[in-house]
Design a protein around this ligand. Sequence first.
Ligand SMILES: Cc1cc2nc3c(=O)[nH]c(=O)nc-3n(C[C@H](O)[C@H](O)[C@H](O)COP(=O)(O)OP(=O)(O)OC[C@H]3O[C@@H](n4cnc5c(N)ncnc54)[C@H](O)[C@@H]3O)c2cc1C
Length: 183
Amino acid sequence: REDGHVYDVVVVGGGQSGLATAFGLLRERISNIIVLDENPAGREGPWDTYARMVTLRTPKHLTSIDFGVPSLTFRSYWEAAHGVESWERIDKIPRGDWMNYLRWYRRVLRLPVRNDARLDRIEPIEKGLFRLHLNGGETLLTRKIVLATGIQGGGQWHTPSLVGNRLPASRYAHTSQAIDYAG
Ligand SMILES: Cc1cc2nc3c(=O)[nH]c(=O)nc-3n(C[C@H](O)[C@H](O)[C@H](O)COP(=O)(O)OP(=O)(O)OC[C@H]3O[C@@H](n4cnc5c(N)ncnc54)[C@H](O)[C@@H]3O)c2cc1C
């Protein structure tokens, strides 16, 4: 709510980039921040929504958003949950487990994420000050904005008219939708 409070940083997008940005800022003692995500809690990014592959393509041993903190790596998370030997048995990271890791990362680091909050418009007010317009009409003030909006940030979901105008809806689906493969 715009109550005169001015955030130092508002991070838009609570996927892995937004979460990592928040943690990176907190490690630099920049704590007057908030992360906004348009989705309900735990449904950020592609992993548990429109991605459908069984595993990530990324090799399991690559470090990612742990910032060099050993106990924050996916491997540590996996071994704590499934045992040390189990790590050798998996080839690539199962998609749902990666999302669970992100949920855990957010929780243990107590990252300040606000869900169901979509940024609709950025209004520059003066040098170094922005008003953010959220869905529902709410506004926030901030000095800096980080757009960590992922694929969604590239525009909007689109079905080519060649498909959308010529085929009955029962004959096609957009990847962003829940797809009934049996139907
Ligand atoms: C099928 C598939 C497989 C993939 N496999 C891999 C892989 O194996 N390895 C890999 O590294 N990458 C993979 N990717 C890429 C993957 O998208 C990124 O690695 C990862 O999700 C990027 O994280 P991010 O935080 O930048 O974006 P996202 O995870 O997309 O998060 C962005 C968030 O911002 C939210 N958002 C967007 N606009 C707004 C707004 N205006 N207001 C509020 N919230 C907003 C979005 O809804 C979303 O929750 C894959 C992607 C797909 C679709």
